[in-house]
Design a protein around this ligand. Structure first.
Ligand code: NAP
Length: 307
């Protein structure tokens, strides 16, 4: 029986692990994919205090190492359901494993949103990608397109412009939601073309992507690209835990800055929580708040009663 089980080993979950361990609680972190979450796929992080510039993977490794040095246990397991029985939460995993804890922190993060185009799933891995850091190298000296106008799309386009022959940045509006500094850096790249007020409407090619159709005001255009990098935001990964939570229309846990959920002893942290600003700093802040709330709940209620 753990004092705290944390579902999700991204910045929110790993920060929660550090705080809960330093408060003397036993901690298990469950991660289904790769520790570090989305940040592990960020080519450069330049807005996390203390690091002028660091790769996302390096930062993720450092966060995991710190949590483990503090004594957190970690397991690569996909949590698929949670049973709440009084003060005991049983996390059931896809592998069949089950873990018991008294407090639970949901820091499950978010997964990339798809465009919803015909054949998008079929061409994923054959030209369509949701991770420029992972797949960008396959498109050296080729033409690619990035879809989206947030910081992720701008960062992806910057990264790809370093190795690809041509990068089209397709965005549905004429101004970017992402950081101004990233947009300015992109404007200076000679091999980048902005395709604005535009939507990708069709994926071309049989078996492998050979191009995309883009609809813009005034007409349709074909971009001859071998890679399409989709960076149109993320969706929370909370469906499996919905009975414990109050979800908003977007599927985010409707919890305030205190990270409390309607279920006693269950807390939510990071990108899966309803919030206005989703940054590394706000994820780690949530992790600290949720862990301290869990510690207080355990100390006050003994984990067995509603505080
Ligand atoms: P985001 O900020 O939510 O941006 C998503 C973008 O995709 C928006 O430009 C949106 O267009 C567009 N979009 C959404 N659905 C679409 C669709 N169906 N078709 C076409 N376009 C669509 O997502 P993100 O870029 O992944 O960033 C997520 C969070 O991480 C943000 O808070 C961001 O600031 C943060 N982040 C920060 C950094 C950094 O270094 N500072 C890097 C990466 C991410 P509209 O603008 O028209 O809505």
């Amino acid at each position: 029986m753990y004092d705290v089980i944390i579902i999700g080993g991204g910045p929110a979950g790993l920060t929660a692990a550090v705080y809960a361990r330093r408060a003397g609680k036993s901690v298990l972190v469950l991660e289904k994919d790769a520790f570090g979450g989305q940040i592990a796929q960020s080519p450069r992080v330049e807005n996390y205090p203390g690091f002028a510039s660091i790769s996302g993977a390096e930062l993720a490794d450092a966060m995991l190492a710190q949590a483990m040095e503090q004594g957190a246990e970690v397991e690569l397991e996909e949590a698929s359901a949670v049973r709440v029985d009084g003060g005991v939460k049983t996390v059931v995993c896809a592998s069949g494993a089950a873990f018991e804890g008294r407090a639970l922190i949901l820091a499950a993060g978010a997964k990339p949103r798809m465009l919803g185009l015909a054949r998008e799933a079929e061409l994923t891995g054959s030209g369509v990608s949701y991770c420029a850091v992972c797949d960008g190298a396959f498109y050296k000296d080729r033409a690619v397109a990035v879809v989206g106008g947030g910081s992720s799309a701008l960062q992806d386009a910057l990264l790809l412009s370093e190795t690809c022959a041509r990068v089209y940045l397709v965005h549905r509006r004429d101004s970017f939601r992402g950081e101004q500094a990233l947009a300015d850096a992109l404007r200076a790249r000679m091999n980048v073309e902005f395709v604005l007020n535009a939507r990708v409407t069709e994926l071309l090619g049989a078996g492998e992507l050979t191009g995309v159709t883009v609809e813009q005001e005034g007409g349709t255009r074909t971009l001859a690209v071998e890679g399409l990098f989709v960076a149109v935001g993320t969706e929370p990964e909370l469906a499996a835990f919905a009975p414990l939570l109050r979800l908003d229309a977007a599927g985010c846990a409707d919890a305030g800055e205190d990270c409390l959920t309607p279920t006693a002893g269950v807390f939510v942290a990071g990108d899966c929580r309803k919030k206005a600003v989703r940054q590394l700093t706000t994820a780690t802040a949530d992790g600290a708040v949720a862990a301290l709330a869990a510690v207080e709940w355990l100390d006050r209620a003994g984990g067995g009663a509603t505080p």
